[in-house]
Design a protein around this ligand. Sequence first.
Ligand code: HEM
Length: 496
Amino acid sequence: MGGAQGRPSKAEGDAGPSTTANGLPIREIPGGYGIPVLGAVGDRLAYFWTEGIPNFYENRRKKFNSTVYRMNMIPGPPGFPKNPVVMLLDQKSHKVLLDNDKVEKRDCITGTFVPDLQYFGGYRPTVYLDTSEEKHTLLKGFLFEVLKASRPRIFPEFRKSVSEVFDSWEAGLKKEGKIKFKDELAIATLRFNIKAVLNVDPADPTVEANLGKGVKSTVMTWLAPMFMPIAPAPIPRLLKPVLAPVAELVMHTFPVPFILVKPKYEQVVKFFRANSKEQLDLAETQFGLNRDEALQNLMFATCFNSWGGIQILFPNIIKRLASTSPDFQRELSEEVRKAAGESGGSITPASLSSMPLLQSAVYEVLRMDPPVPSQFGRAREDLIVESHDAAFQVKKGEMLACYLPVIGRDPKVFTSDPQDYNPKRFVGEEGQKLVQYVLWSNGPQTGSPTTTNKQCAGKDFLTTVAQLLVAEVYSRYERVQVNGDNLVALSPPSNA
Ligand code: HEM
């Protein structure tokens, strides 16, 4: 795909440019922001309630006949700063958001809304820093070193964590015939994440300042309220007419005061401070970072960036795979058991790279269900942004945004059944050419995070653990069946 954002050329006798160098017509950006405050409130109600996601985006794409348009991003006024964006919904226009020369990424993870910095100890975590800030280079470099040190622990610790989850699922299925599978997976992956980074289990009662069995609720109490203004309310459809106004007022209208979560936040700080001496020494000596700032970043990267994404992604991986045919699941299980057999019975980094079916099935979940669906960036200069069929003038300072689940289904790139989960999509030579369009990490799946870009620091860590999850499931089972949020059957391999 040609992604060049071409320079405009002037049509003869015309006051302004009418086409780009690539011959695309320059169009006025459709859509708008409406009356101050009321327009933003209207878009927010449509986003969360009357239209919902993804219909909100699709309805406007159809209405404006354009994959680029103006809209108010949530949460917005009256309780938050106005958040007007130019939305980009195709693979070509989205490229501008990955170009750090063209967009600034300072304080715009969710547009103009930034949670109270007290949630982060008064510091701006790496994800809020622009590539032009020296601190970005230092903090991201520090996190790379922490992740490098975690490598020897990833495979054994992950296996241990999920084996316990599988034992418990099996016991639950025997007893109840079905089991809500998300909770246990979430607790196990949180403990795994922290163990991988710090080399201590936060729930172990012998560990200093441990968070005990309530580790998940403590961490969630700290994390959930800061991003509540942009989260959909988990209300059953039937109760929406009654509860929606209350949820809207409580969740999306004003920020949640930090004071409410301060005690839990302080418990997490105490635990990390007591158990991260090695990492903080590294931050101080190798990167010249202040220990407290490094600590806050370590906490946020481990609990929010990493586990926050994992706890959304992993249930989707299980659900998507359970939705595939018994034949596909058997084929996957055979691939996994063959690769594990060739490496002495357990999964190793080498065995993961010898499983094309497994890799493809995971990329396909990341294409369809990217856990962080929106990214933002502010135009550093006046820009021409090209979609597949038109070009648009964006002014310096305007906020650009995207919604990846729509971009991941761009029919101009994923030409065959883009709306369907096809676990074999990325297999073979042609399939491999599509891997670059898997963009969950704020960069192509074929790209690498560096200290000079804004691609997810944990891209390779996450790709590995997502593949490991599938490998561990399908080395033990040949078929997984899910109904809604319930796991209803786990079938061991018939020829094991
Ligand atoms: C499913 C899991 C994950 C998802 C969906 C995810 C997604 C993302 C996305 C979309 C961004 C870019 C945000 C933006 O600039 O708009 C990002 C950045 C980042 N992620 Fe991840 N991430 C995940 C796991 C991890 C892990 C395991 C780590 C480990 C430390 C991590 C650390 C970071 C950091 C530090 C940044 C900021 C990068 C920078 O400022 O250059 N993430 N992540």
